[in-house]
Write a protein that binds this ligand. Structure first.
Ligand code: MN
Ligand code: MN
Length: 319
């Protein structure tokens, strides 16, 4: 394990912390989700000294998730979206910072109505239930069992109605490698038979998703998140010229880090959505559609990135 990776992760974690503390000073209902995402992303780039001539050095690890209410993950505004953040919203803000491909993935949920205070507290504690267990030799399946037990032993009251909480099992924490947000092992959020262990030198994101709904998710149609297929051994020459140009542009800017259409559609000759669809159908990139609770439940999320040491862990993003 190189010391460099850990140093880079710590630098990325400090940038993440500064950016989210700054965001909390001004985020409020009535703002456009588009403006929130773009402002936060500009701040991260500024703090990371992002250089368009050397885009792989440091910057955004993936698009800013602004998943609202029953959307659990993977929603970011499109270039033309006009949606506003509302007073009654629960908004999961999930953003990532990388330094030389070493990624910090961390998320929190904001709400403006105090009716959700208890729900947010349970969400935070659910993630810390997992974080507390993390360490060398920890069996990952056991973490899922504890997280589920914690979440599902709670219920919350909203407008005089009681909702039992469910842990969304189709979403999980994950190991992180350099340039790979989801690598190797998972950190489940439900009890499953999974005997893989955490090992020293590994990075993990632990993230939990308590829901007032079904705890099951469905894909939405408005896909915004994509990533170059790591395992792609396809021939770039099989692509039509325009799609090849887009693929080259994406790779030069992002390597194998996630991206969204918005980042590539701001120029005068706007790249049509069908070009992205073509790259997906040819398996050069993978799409990650937004995920919604099937029971229309409200979902909260908290997430931190950890480093496993010989005798414990470092919670990098909680610096
Ligand atoms: Mn995340
Ligand atoms: Mn994650």
């Amino acid at each position: 394990m190189s010391i460099d990776l850990l140093n880079n992760a710590q630098t990325a974690a400090e940038i993440h912390q500064e950016a989210r503390q700054w965001l909390r000073t001004w985020i409020k209902p009535g703002l456009k989700l588009f403006d929130i995402a773009e402002s936060l992303e500009a701040k991260v780039k500024e703090l990371a000294n992002y250089d368009e001539k050397e885009p792989w050095k440091a910057g955004l690890a993936f698009p800013t998730g602004l998943s609202v209410n029953s959307c659990a993950a993977h929603w970011t505004p499109s270039f033309r979206s006009n949606e506003l953040l509302k007073q009654s919203d629960l908004c999961k803000i999930d953003f990532g910072v990388h330094v030389n491909g070493t990624i910090i993935d961390s998320a929190f949920t904001v709400a403006f109505d105090p009716i959700y205070d208890e729900f947010l507290k349970i969400g935070k504690e659910a993630t810390y239930t997992g974080i507390k267990m993390a360490g060398p030799d920890q069996i990952l399946g056991e973490i899922g069992e504890e997280i589920q037990e914690f979440i599902e032993s709670h219920e919350i009251e909203i407008h005089n109605k009681i909702y039992p909480l469910k842990s969304i099992g189709e979403l999980s924490g994950h190991q992180i490698d350099q340039w790979q947000i989801h690598s190797g092992k998972a950190v489940p959020n439900i009890k499953i038979d999974y005997n893989e262990r955490m090992l020293p030198g590994e990075f993990y994101a632990i993230e939990t998703f308590p829901s007032t709904g079904s705890g099951k998710v469905r894909h939405g149609l408005d896909t915004s998140h994509y990533m170059i297929n790591y395992y792609n051994d396809l021939n770039i020459k099989d692509l039509p010229k325009k799609e090849r140009k887009l693929f080259d542009k994406i790779f030069l800017e992002r390597n194998t880090l996630a991206f969204c259409k918005r980042w590539f559609q701001r120029e005068k000759d706007e790249i049509p959505d069908k070009f992205f669809r073509k790259l997906v159908s040819k398996k050069f990139i993978k799409s990650y559609p937004p995920l919604y609770d099937t029971g229309n439940g409200l979902v909260v999320q908290f997430e931190h990135t950890l480093y496993i040491t010989e005798d414990g862990k470092m919670v990098l993003s909680d610096c």
